[in-house]
Design a protein around this ligand. Sequence first.
Ligand code: C2E
Ligand code: CA
Ligand code: CA
Length: 588
Amino acid sequence: MSITPPSRDSSQVSPAEGADGEMRGGVHMTRSRELELLHETHNDIALALDMHAMLTVTSIDGTFLEVNDYFARATGYSPEHLIGSKFRMLTSDHHPPEFWNDFWETVKRGEVWQGEMCTRTADGGACWMYSTSVPMFDGHDTPQRFMNILNDITVVREAEAKIRKIAYTDPLTGLANRAAMIDQISGCDVDEETEACALITISLEDFQMLSDAFGYALGERLIEKAALRLQALDLKPDLLARTDSDVFGLVFHRVGGTPDEAADRAEVIANKIMAELNQGLILDGGATLQPAMRVGYGVSSQARKLGGAAVLNQADTARHRSLSSRGMQRPVRFSIEMMEEIQRSVNTVLDLRKAVTNREFRLHRQPIVDVDGEPISYELLLRWEHPERGLVPPNEFIPLAEQSGQILEIGDWVVEEACRNLAKRREDPHVRNLPLSINVSEYQLRVGSFVDRVRASLEKYDVRPSLLCVEVTETLLHVDIDRSIAQLEELRDLGVKISLDDFGTGFSSLSYLQRLPVHEVKIDRSFISALEHDDSQMKFVQGIVKLAHMLGLSTVAEGVENEAQFHRLRSMGTDSFQGYVFGKPEPI
Ligand code: C2E
Ligand code: CA
Ligand code: CA
């Protein structure tokens, strides 16, 4: 339907005016015809509106004066019932009182109000309407009535609710998901003085292993069973959610008491959960699995301020610290120190990036001596001269460099420096034949092209390969053993010596000792320090020395700190020694 715009006063329009004059079928209209048309047009607009939208006219005190059928149908009342009734009968308690106050104040001020409102229908249901409420002045200074033009948006709202439900639900367990948990925590409004919100997260450490070994479906069964058990526990959390593939979370909005008291209560709940899951999960086929878990919890009286993601992150941080061993776990409470530690680690990783280019690394050397106490080689130990922190020991940055992959670059530098030093030492007759040992992380052998680097550096500085010794630990046996062993064999074939560091601290040592192409074992410091007062340690060290000799390997005792230890070790047949009693690590 087209709507003709109302004409201006046509009595002043003469036929000669042509284009400006109002023409209908080539005939000039009379004033009465024009009014008739205008009236028709208004009726058309009203009809169009009537078909398109719900309409009401309401007195300024909220009494329905007119309603169209469309509106009446949507509310479930007859027009007769509505007219004369108050608008109030339709207001639902979905909106807070402030919402309705704003509505009334706006129209009474004579301004247009626009927005979505949820109205209550005759059968108690909800009808969502988008309303444009236009005040009508009827020639007065203040509005006398107002017209509502309303669109039924219930279908849209229902669809939105469905989408929201899908977006907030974990399809596997039907529990809420991570997004829902974050929202839930963010909305957690507590009295900071007397209450806190408590969050517990539990991860099932077997999920990944089961999925990898037996297929995803079995891992999923485990999660489903655990979800059922958590629901059956009936702990009445404000929300129970699956926050990650193998992680569940429970939030309790308002746990009373000081944060410490709230934490105690959270710990009690966490222990209940662990005890329940520790009874074992019965998988299809009847097999019972006692899951390894990690449980972390945190309490916050400022969950709203911090935001749900941050609070969830806190509980997860604590959870990562929790021991994961079957049957003997303890839940771990989040503390702010954990965050500080993480922050320090992040800063360290960022600083490490610049350390190689800024030439902040140094190598110290520590002598390794023979039975007469004479140096027969030196171990090179890495130090980081941090511009603010001073000399940083390797234990504080090597694990992080390994995690971030930066160890590859650092390790390359160590190889290069070792070879450069060996070349320089050729001029000194006292040390020219003494090898240098470098420490190599398992990660370097597993990921990098370590052997190529060693070969290139040896060639560059024209160094005899037998002057270089590479110290590796048993951790290289943890993943991709075959590649690591192949790399070691290549090194051995080059003529480089290989030493097995920290020997005795791993579990797989004995069975793999034969497979590894090593020349010597370094007996870990922890056994040496216990030598004097522990007979069983004596026997253990003696056993290592004998075993090594049987396999044709030489032995080094690490961390020898006094003469008594030295004599004992020597009497057991240990070949060489390293420790403070012979010399501390010193700058080259
Ligand atoms: P490690 O290879 O077992 O090195 C021996 C550690 O024991 C050194 O600590 C050394 O200073 C210390 N030590 C030596 N004698 C004694 C002693 O008599 N008593 C005691 N209590 N300690 C002694 P440092 O230099 O802090 O190195 C720690 C670890 O860092 C090394 O353990 C090694 O695993 C790693 N590391 C050092 N340099 C490098 C490197 O260049 N690359 C890699 N990947 N790791 C390195
Ligand atoms: Ca070492
Ligand atoms: Ca060692």
